[in-house]
Design a protein around this ligand. Structure first.
Ligand code: SF4
Ligand code: FES
Length: 385
């Protein structure tokens, strides 16, 4: 049957619109993504542990990535057309997927070994001052070190140290903690449109140049605090006020004329201790916020509170918050080809605690409460123990 010219044209344009998707398998899980997607972004579509850690890549910052090497993965097959493996591990934030590519992240011993090495390298100069660092509890390097760090160091030389530097009334730069990820440089360059700071010198002498001060009058420079993956750039209005896990994060907004006004308030009781931008599940800022919202609106009356922030259960910040705690997705069975991990003991099936509604007891639970619950069956516990 011949199509009329208009229908034929429509068909051709539909075919052009239909994008060919690339199939990629990461840690035994296959997904389809658009051509031009990086391995890191493809892995983030699967989510959970399958997504490699990223210390320098930042979706919203053009040109970021390729500096820290924490996102290394193994490419076991390059593509359907050329299924040879890539000889070296590749930075997943800077390598695009090909059709039929097979990638290994947590299923590769080489990757885990290399990641351990990268963490050891990052910790050569980074001080282990987490007990007094304001970033503790929300520091990417701290999380990475818990997962991949060694208990000791092989480094015998003097570590490089710098004096703390106040960048105006609101920001402090502590270069000793900097891992030279360049995120703050890109932020100053792309968000404030007025980059006056950058990385000076080479190798061991590299540092974020202190003439960052010259861009301090820009309304959006406070965002460098949020993008810094470690505690090198901190909010002077919050420093040493509280540990982040003792504060309660709530989402709030205001009618701001300079930015979206959508922020996260970090509260202790009725006090707003800190204001930051909201971050997504990958720890990246959703909307850049202005300095006025960040540093000058510290009263509850300045904000319309939307409700408690969804905090990942893996985060130490979820300690003590029982509302909207998100259970992380479980990927192990899929990664292990359908096999479930073997449980030595399922505590839920043998514990009497779960058979008693503790919140309904008028007083504290005693051993009598559980004895009675066992005798009378599930759900008919004696109240008042
Ligand atoms: S100060 Fe922070 S954001 Fe800037 S390069 Fe150093 S670690 Fe990265
Ligand atoms: S996140 Fe890929 S190299 Fe840093």
């Amino acid at each position: 049957m011949r199509l009329c010219p208009y229908a034929a044209l429509r068909e051709i344009s539909n075919m052009a619109d239909e994008k060919k998707l690339f199939k990629v398998t990461i840690d035994n899980i296959t997904i389809e993504v658009e051509p031009g997607t990086s391995i890191l972004q493809a892995a983030r579509k699967i989510g959970g542990d399958v997504a490699p850690p990223a210390m320098c890549y930042y979706t919203k910052l053009k040109g970021s990535g390729g500096k820290c090497r924490t996102c290394l993965v193994e490419v076991a097959a390059g593509s359907t057309a050329d299924p040879r493996p890539m000889p070296k591990l590749v930075a997943s934030c800077r390598t695009n997927v090909m059709d039929g590519m097979v990638v290994k992240n947590i299923t590769s011993e080489r990757v885990i070994d290399a990641r351990n090495g990268v963490v050891e390298f990052l910790l050569i100069n980074h001080p282990l001052d987490c007990p007094i660092c304001d970033q503790a509890g929300e520091c990417d390097l701290q999380d990475l070190s818990y997962n991949h760090g060694k208990e000791g160091t092989r480094y015998e030389f003097k570590r490089r140290t710098f004096k703390k530097h106040d960048l105006g009334p609101y920001i402090q730069l502590h270069m000793t903690r900097c891992i030279l990820c360049y995120r703050c440089v890109f932020t100053a360059d792309q968000v404030t449109n007025k980059r006056i700071h950058g990385v000076l010198d080479r190798g061991d002498h590299s540092e974020i140049a202190t003439y960052i001060e010259k861009s301090l009058d820009n309304d959006f420079i406070g965002n460098v605090i949020d993008v810094c993956p470690v505690g090198a750039l901190t909010d002077r209005t919050f420093r040493f006020k509280n540990r982040v896990w003792f504060t309660k994060p709530v989402d709030a907004h205001c009618n701001c004329t300079k930015c979206s006004g959508k922020v996260r308030l970090w509260m202790r009781g009725d006090e707003v201790l800190r204001v930051t931008a909201r971050k997504d599940e990958w720890g990246e800022v959703e909307d850049w916020i202005c300095n006025t919202c960040r540093f000058e609106r510290k009263k509850v009356s300045d904000w319309t509170i939307e409700g408690p922030t969804d905090v990942s259960r893996q985060s130490v910040i979820s300690q003590g918050h029982y509302v909207d705690v998100k259970k992380p997705e479980e990927f192990l069975p899929e990664v292990m080809g359908g096999r479930h991990p073997k449980l030595v003991m399922d505590i839920h099936s043998i514990s009497d605690v779960n058979k008693v509604e503790l919140s309904e007891l008028p007083g504290p639970a005693t051993s009598k409460t559980f004895v009675n619950s066992r005798e009378s069956g599930v759900g008919s516990q004696e109240l008042g123990g």
